[in-house]
Design a protein around this ligand. Sequence first.
Ligand SMILES: [Zn+2]
Length: 274
Amino acid sequence: MLELPEVRTISRQAREALTGKVITQVFSPTTPHKFAFFNGDGEDYKPLLTGKKVMSTEGAGMYVDLILSDGVVLSLGDGVNFRYGDASAKIPEKYQLMLTFDNETFLAFNIAMYGAIYAHRGDFDNKYYRQSKEKISPLADAFDEDYFNGLLRNEKKNISVKAFLATEQRIPGLGNGVLQDILFYAGIHPKRKIDTLSKTEKSKLFKSVKDTLKKMTREGGRDTETDFYGNKGGYSTVVSAKTYKNPCPVCGGTIMREDYMGGRIYYCPTCQPL
Ligand SMILES: [Zn+2]
């Protein structure tokens, strides 16, 4: 699933490739998908998108927006995979929506588990979309240690660190994927309750949220996800589905894999004690 580093990367790549290009054709889904969310019927997108020019793009939280002419926006949510190619590239067999442009290129969107492809006029009324846009991004300077401690203080319940960081979108774009390395670098177990964190641990956690997300973004997203061109990101995940069979890079111990709160967690029980 796309999270902030991939959203920022794809937004930048799409801006570089598509600004000024005009959508020539819109293709309907090749295979219906139960959990592909459109507003209205995907067919309505044809008159809305055809002939529109890409003005810019925006990546915030879990969404990439293609900003089109006439105030139209195409918002792509976290479960959407992108594949952009030119006339020499093979068009994927399966997609939930495909656009072609006036420079002989195509952009196909495919959904793995679930995902939103929303064409709208800036009025996409979805809680997560609004939070993605309105809340302070962890990559912004305004997201400083005081702001982070304020988020912790405002949390009424004694919830786990995973619940605090990666649910409810308190921090836009931070989900269960990027969470794993953030906690590894902070040396904090995903099940630790936020009330038990010392001042030093809170500070380490804040620093890891900023530094890990910046590094992931700078390196073009994680190697477990794909970018605008369908290529894997340049950031090598430390604890993930890809690496958990390797020994911990710090202590050499075994990395644990567990299901916890609707998603896999990966951690080193020695470096991240409970
Ligand atoms: Zn370790």
